[in-house]
Design a protein around this ligand. Structure first.
Ligand code: DOR
Ligand code: ZN
Length: 421
């Protein structure tokens, strides 16, 4: 099937017609018989790539499946997502990562690239079969114990050394566990006022500082998940200036929301790392613009109703993110399309080694792309989410931008703002 995007603006540049044919963006001008999409006023971006998605399958299919999460991703403009390893069973063997990979292919809505666990069962004691996962059909390149920190420095060093052989990367959930025991929210003025146990910024910053030094020492690649504090930005800035091979991500929610939200006691705002202060939010936005933070990653964390609609202390941390990420970024960064493409597609594709993704829509490129209506505004309605869960912190908010269509290898996964299947 051929598709002609009429009058589209690639990355906000001048209007043109874009032909999609045989899975690629075509330059041959043979538009006969093409399905025509009126793309006047729409922006074409390279398909978004998420480095941090929780799909919950296997194990918690009541909260999300590979298929429902893939659909939410496509609706958010994504063509590839990296699936976190904290499933049940944990993705710490070739068998489990191959299962997730196969489920992704079967759903066929985005490319699902499994992330492997660093340690067996995420227990932080023994290295998992990193080599077997790397050489499996899932070709794992990113390893992470996300949800948990690889807090043992010796184990972290060995993991960094091990993945060097196949240009892998360790994605660290930076949280010194001894400093966050019992923590419920960011440690600061608001936690004092509410009488909730605090998660201090230094618990994140101390691990990032340690890990950039370890990465420098062994010459390996480190990726820092969900950076949330101004202090972490300074540590990263210093490490990058020294030439350390470190990349970092920030979530949409850490770019928009602050710890003041906890005053509602609504567990939809409970997340790990926690929402921080407005000074942190300002520093994160600036770091994203500058490139001290390389990418926006969603940390899409669906949770079943009983795990969220309960007392704050018992609620699981995490919030939905795939369907709203681009709108939040538009809201906080503005319509700098080249920057958005860099932070949400090109860089994440490069970090994950997804060579078919992260290419601007131009003749010859694989047609993994998304079409955005920048003028649209929409009010977030949790019941309309394609996710199996409902824990969005943006319910009722009116946000800019709407994904009109998404194409995966030239075939639409979303048309007219609706999933094609
Ligand atoms: O808020 C979070 N939720 N942070 C994590 O690190 C894990 C995630 C989850 O799996 O729900
Ligand atoms: Zn995490």
């Amino acid at each position: 099937m051929k598709h002609l995007l009429k009058g589209v603006s690639v990355l906000g540049r001048h209007r043109a017609d874009l032909l999609i044919k045989d899975g690629k963006v075509s330059g041959d001008g043979d538009v006969k018989g093409a399905d025509v999409i009126d793309a006047d006023g729409l922006i074409a971006l390279p398909g978004l790539v998420d480095l941090h998605t929780h799909l919950r399958e296997p194990g918690r299919e009541d909260a999300e499946t590979v298929e429902t999460g893939s659909r939410a991703a496509a609706l958010g403009g994504y063509t590839a997502v990296c699936a976190m390893a904290n499933t049940s069973p944990v993705a710490d063997t070739a068998g489990v990562v191959e299962q997730v990979y196969r489920l992704g292919r079967e759903a066929g809505l985005v490319d699902v690239q499994p992330i492997g666990a660093v340690t067996v069962g995420l227990a932080g004691e023994r290295l998992a079969e990193l080599g077997a996962m790397a050489t499996s059909a899932a070709a794992v390149r990113i390893f992470s114990d996300d949800g948990h920190c690889v807090s043992d420095p010796r184990l972290m060093r060995r993991a960094l050394e091990y993945v060097k052989a196949f240009d892998g990367v360790i994605a660290q959930h930076a949280e010194e566990p001894r400093l966050t025991e019992g923590a419920q929210m960011h440690e600061g003025q608001v936690s004092i006022r509410l009488g909730l146990a605090g998660w201090p910024a230094v618990a994140e910053e101390a691990i990032i500082a340690r890990d950039v030094l370890l990465a420098e020492h062994v010459g390996s690649r480190l990726h820092v998940c969900h950076v949330s504090t101004a202090g972490s930005v300074e540590v990263l800035r210093h490490a990058k200036a020294r030439g350390v091979r470190v990349t970092a991500e920030v979530t949409p929610h850490h770019l928009l929301l602050t710890d003041e939200r906890a005053t509602s006691y609504d567990p939809v705002f409970k997340v790990n790392p926690p929402l921080r202060t407005s000074a942190d939010v300002t520093a994160l936005r600036e770091a994203l613009r500058e490139g001290v933070i390389d990418v926006v990653a969603t940390d899409h964390a669906p949770h079943a109703v009983e795990d969220k609609e309960c007392e704050w202390a018992y609620a699981r941390p995490g919030m939905l993110g795939l369907e709203t990420a681009l709108s939040i970024v538009l809201d906080v960064i503005g319509d700098d399309w080249d920057l958005i493409a860099e932070r949400m597609s090109r860089m994440p594709a490069r970090i994950a080694g997804l060579s078919e993704h992260g290419h601007d829509p131009a003749p010859g490129a694989m047609a993994n792309l998304t079409l955005v209506d920048p003028a649209a505004r929409r009010t977030i309605e949790p019941a309309e989410s394609a996710s199996r869960s409902r824990n969005t912190p943006y319910a009722g908010m009116t946000l800019p931008g709407r994904i009109v269509a998404t194409f995966l290898r030239g075939e639409p996964t979303v048309l007219d703002g609706k999933a094609v299947r």
